[in-house]
Design a protein around this ligand. Structure first.
Ligand SMILES: NC(=O)c1ccc[n+]([C@@H]2O[C@H](COP(=O)([O-])OP(=O)(O)OC[C@H]3O[C@@H](n4cnc5c(N)ncnc54)[C@H](OP(=O)(O)O)[C@@H]3O)[C@@H](O)[C@H]2O)c1
Length: 258
């Protein structure tokens, strides 16, 4: 896709203050889209990073809307989409990237941690899908969910994997139900990416340091496939999850210890 392939289009990337979401936002901006950045925590380093990214994308000549919203709250999500409607009056791409979960076995999660796991990583994405529909239906828009290998491989410290599996099913189901509105829905399942959340995962998964460096995925490699799924060349792909893991998933069974 060329530098103007997303000209006059609007992309919302949830959780785009840093990491993979920030890389996706930059990728769409470089392709000509105007961008809605979103983050959760006001007043901290996340907001500062989001503001820096806003300035960077503005310098590229794109319009940027920076919206603090917690996707786990339906009221907050409604406010997010209301603001997009008011300021941009359209939405072409909804990239469901925001995620947060504690790193410990699922049976050790406290009740509030379990509720938050489901509220952020399942309900939050569905709130966003529901509220995006009027604008996506008008634009014949695209939804891309960011999944991870936890959707298909066991990791004791990764309860988020169960939500990723559930969301991959939601992607398949919504692809069917929303196709009559002209909305396409797909997902990208990323391998391991060295973002802030990786630093925490590393503390609970010692073997990760044994992996050769070329098995780690760059945020930009995920962003490229997200952009592809929003373009004309992917029009035949519906309800699929495309794995971008540099082949890590092909050999994961070798890492199991007795
Ligand atoms: N890193 C990996 O190895 C990897 C691999 C495959 C897939 N993924 C997936 O890729 C996505 C991004 O991962 P990452 O590693 O880049 O994450 P990250 O560095 O932890 O950044 C997460 C982003 O999501 C935002 N966020 C968290 N909870 C939110 C909420 N309730 N509402 C709105 N925004 C929220 C954060 O904002 P605040 O800082 O303000 O909370 C931040 O902007 C996730 O879906 C993750 O599961 C990651």
């Amino acid at each position: 896709m060329g530098p103007d392939s997303c000209k006059n289009k609007i992309a919302l990337i949830t959780g785009s203050s840093r990491g993979i979401g920030a890389a996706i936002a930059k990728k769409f901006a470089l392709s000509g889209a105007d961008i809605v950045l979103n983050y959760r925590k006001a007043g901290g380093s996340s907001q500062a990073q989001a503001e820096k990214l806003r300035d960077e994308i503005t310098t590229m000549g794109r319009r940027v809307l920076l919206i603090q919203a917690d996707i786990a709250s339906y009221e907050s999500v409604k406010g997010l989409f209301r603001e997009i409607q008011e300021k941009f009056s359209r939405l072409d791409y909804l990239i469901l990237n925001a995620a947060k979960a504690p790193f410990k076995p699922i049976e050790r999660l406290l009740e509030r941690e379990l509720r938050s796991l489901v509220e952020v990583n399942y309900l939050g994405n569905i709130f966003c899908i529901k509220e995006s529909l009027p604008m996506l239906e008008q634009s014949g828009g695209k939804i891309v969910f960011i999944s991870s290998l936890g959707s298909r491989f066991y990791n004791p410290a990764y309860p988020l994997g169960s939500m990723k599996s559930a969301m991959e099913s939601v992607v398949r189901d919504c692809s069917e139900t929303l196709s009559e509105k002209g909305i396409s829905v797909n997902a990208v399942c990323g391998g391991i990416v060295k973002t802030d959340s990786f630093k925490v995962l590393r503390q609970y998964w010692e073997e990760i340091d044994l992996l050769p460096n070329d098995l780690f995925v760059e945020p930009d490699e995920i962003a490229d496939v997200v952009l592809f799924l929003c373009g004309h060349a992917s029009r035949g792909i519906r309800g699929q999850t495309i794995v971008v893991d540099r082949g890590l998933g092909n050999s994961l069974s070798h890492t199991r210890k007795k």
